[in-house]
Design a protein around this ligand. Structure first.
Ligand SMILES: [Zn+2]
Ligand SMILES: [Zn+2]
Ligand SMILES: [Zn+2]
Length: 144
């Protein structure tokens, strides 16, 4: 990986208002390069075995607060996150997620935006979720 690539990830952190530290830089780079769908804390732990769990958790929370990550509630009871792909400042639009009820994995449909729903004007929207539950191809094959 070239130094330019490293610094572009770091600049994403800076533009989100995050002070860059070695661990934040490593974590953000790892998420951007190795994770392409919704992930749980344990997935990051498996990628970064040398980093302690509480640091990983705190850093994920920091990234989510800075809106670099979306919190995904996929109904599995396990907090999931995904890298924000919103191309608007609102960060409300989000994208559709597919959750497999067998293996409990969640996929991001990055280019499928959540359909428009009319919400009463006096209700302040913070987050929208659109989760489609079903059985993934791998699990369907194993069932046969
Ligand atoms: Zn977003
Ligand atoms: Zn599955
Ligand atoms: Zn997602």
């Amino acid at each position: 990986m070239s130094p330019t690539e490293i610094s572009s990830y770091d600049s994403e952190l800076r533009s989100a208002g995050i002070r860059v530290t070695a661990i934040r830089s490593l974590m953000w780079r790892t998420l951007r390069q190795h994770i392409h769908n919704a992930f749980a804390l344990s997935d990051v732990e498996n990628l970064l075995v040398t980093v302690d769990k509480s640091t990983i958790f705190r850093t994920l929370t920091l990234f989510a607060d800075a809106r670099l990550l979306h919190l995904v509630d996929d109904g599995t009871g396990c907090q999931k996150y995904c890298v924000c792909q919103c191309h608007d400042a609102e960060h409300h639009h989000g994208h559709v997620h597919l959750t497999c009820v067998v293996c409990r994995k969640t996929w991001c449909l990055d280019d499928v935006t959540i359909p428009h729903v009319d919400i009463p004007a006096d209700f302040e929207v913070q987050e929208r979720e659109y989760v489609v539950k079903g059985i993934c191809m791998k699990c369907r094959r194993m069932r046969r």
